[in-house]
Design a protein around this ligand. Structure first.
Ligand SMILES: C[S@@+](CC[C@H](N)C(=O)[O-])C[C@H]1O[C@@H](n2cnc3c(N)ncnc32)[C@H](O)[C@@H]1O
Length: 216
């Protein structure tokens, strides 16, 4: 029963994002999320090297992947994974146009964050922004933890309860998780390194908060 509900939700979300992909792509270009994510990541120690594998789970138009590139960390490959094939198409086009991004260091995958198509303990870093709002928190965090190596960092950028968050909830058809639930559930799989805010001058800060977590 639970699996059927999750499958229905998955199809609804996939269809929704396939339909709004172009408009969403345009909005993501003008809101400076890429720069905000890059600046935050740059300020952080993520313990990466030339062999590191990175996953952007629920990559959308690829903005967070591009922000990760801009931050300049060493790594071997980043996988941008999303449910929506139309968003993946947009992100592929964006990556191809982007001179910073080398095609051999990037892979795109269509998939569900509740059933990630990767072996246990694959990734050295996982980033996810505005995605867990579409799935049960425990199932999502458990599956992300599964594919991460012990000690790997999860940069989790959820929607925070806020006026802008409420408007986005309606427009984008998701449900914000209370932050105390995020802390409690995350604590089962991760050590909480800290939670951080984006500067209020940056649009991403109006609706998002950042948790940096370390896989137990
Ligand atoms: C609000 S957008 C955020 C996209 C991107 N992370 C960003 O910050 O620009 C939510 C994204 O989550 C994806 N998504 C929602 N549920 C998902 C699931 N179960 N598995 C994979 N992706 C999912 C949607 O297709 C959409 O691209």
């Amino acid at each position: 029963m639970l699996e059927m509900e999750q499958e229905t939700q998955k199809s609804k979300t996939q269809n929704f994002y396939d339909q709004i992909a172009d408009v969403h792509g345009l909005l993501m270009k003008i809101n400076r999320y890429r720069k905000s994510v890059a600046e935050f990541l740059t300020s952080f120690e993520l313990n990466l090297d030339e062999n590191s594998l990175v996953l952007d789970a629920g990559s959308g138009t690829g903005i967070v992947t591009q922000g990760f590139y801009d931050a300049g960390f060493p790594f071997k490959k980043i996988v941008a994974l999303d449910l929506s094939s139309n968003l993946l198409k947009i992100s592929r086009e964006e990556f191809e146009k982007d001179e910073k991004i080398s095609s051999e260091k990037i892979a795109l995958a269509q998939g569900n964050v509740l059933q990630l198509p990767f072996a246990d303990a694959t990734f050295d870093l996982l980033v996810t922004c505005g995605v867990l709002e579409y799935v049960p928190l425990d199932a999502g965090l458990r599956e992300m933890a599964r594919v991460m190596k012990t000690g790997a960092r999860l940069v989790l950028i959820p929607v925070k309860p806020s006026l802008v968050g409420t408007v986005l909830e309606i427009l984008y058809k998701f449900k914000t998780h209370p932050l105390e639930d995020v802390r409690r559930v995350a604590g089962q799989y991760f050590n909480i390194v800290g939670d951080y805010t984006f500067p209020i001058t940056e649009p991403i800060g109006w609706s998002k908060i950042i948790f940096v977590l370390e896989r137990k």
